[in-house]
Design a protein around this ligand. Sequence first.
Ligand code: OAD
Length: 311
Amino acid sequence: RDKLEAYNTVDDAVALIAKSKKILVLTGAGVSTSCGIPDFRSPTGLYARLKEEHWELDDPQQMFDLPYFKEKPNVFYSFAKEIYPSNFVPSPCHRFVKMLENNEKLLRNYTQNIDGLFEQIGVKRMLNCHGSFATASCLRCRTKFPGSAIEADVFASRVPLCPLCTAIDEEKAKNAPPPKKSPEKWSANSKAFEDDDEDEMGFVSEWEGKPLVKPDIVFFGEMLSDEFDHRLLEDREEVDLLIVIGTSLRVSPVSQIVSHLPHSIPQILINRDPVGHANFDIVLLGDGDTIVKHLCSKLGDSFNLPAPPVP
Ligand code: OAD
């Protein structure tokens, strides 16, 4: 069938939500902008700000890039407190997803957000596709720590190092014999000797070899959790409606969820800006909060948004 002609009005969206029982919701930063958290790619978003400010990144996405983090973790940790989950109040969009769950219609909410606001409103059937600050891991030994272990470092703009690896390094350093240096090599060709330690860019980071601890938010260059793949395999068999809210769908593999679902599944987009590269059945453009409130008012009493939690 020609999906775009089959459904295209707000009433169609209301009818689909009313009849569906396994709704897969895919959310992005646009559901949290009304809470005061900027999105990434809007003109007022985080990436525009990172370009304007003093960060000297070649590309603002480097702030969340794994190779760059390994080289200059101090840059991320100078900035991390600004994206650390704080006392924000969930928006009507967060409450809309909770309302779907209360009505036993939510198959799962796949969120790219790391602000913890869906957890705060009590959504259970959800997946943090891009991880969260709830835990942090040592990039060397992979030990996982509770997020609280690095909280003070985040707020002090300090790079946390793994205490376990640091203890081992200190022990090794104590027992190590003094380094053997060839006097001829040093004096005759000290530049060549230094070059042995340099990477191919001719630069050695002061953080090289240090046991860096990174919050378990997914950076560019990292895989998503196995749970993402497993859940998606299961959910694609069950889903009967997809609702995408507040995302530019520019980051893979989350953006691929849309094309990964069976083509017979109706797809609704609720977003401020059009998402040109995806073909939705119903596109509701505008402020997400206004749109979901309108949908709820048309759906009837049992679809009222739950109250926001008291901060
Ligand atoms: P983007 O900033 O790319 O997109 C946010 C979308 O939300 C835009 O299309 C806006 O039009 C829309 N939007 C903003 N405010 C809105 C509102 N009040 N109502 C409706 N729509 C609104 O953010 P994401 O798509 O979430 O990943 O970005 C995906 C990933 O890119 C992030 O998780 C992050 C980032 O790099 C990592 O850092 C790994």
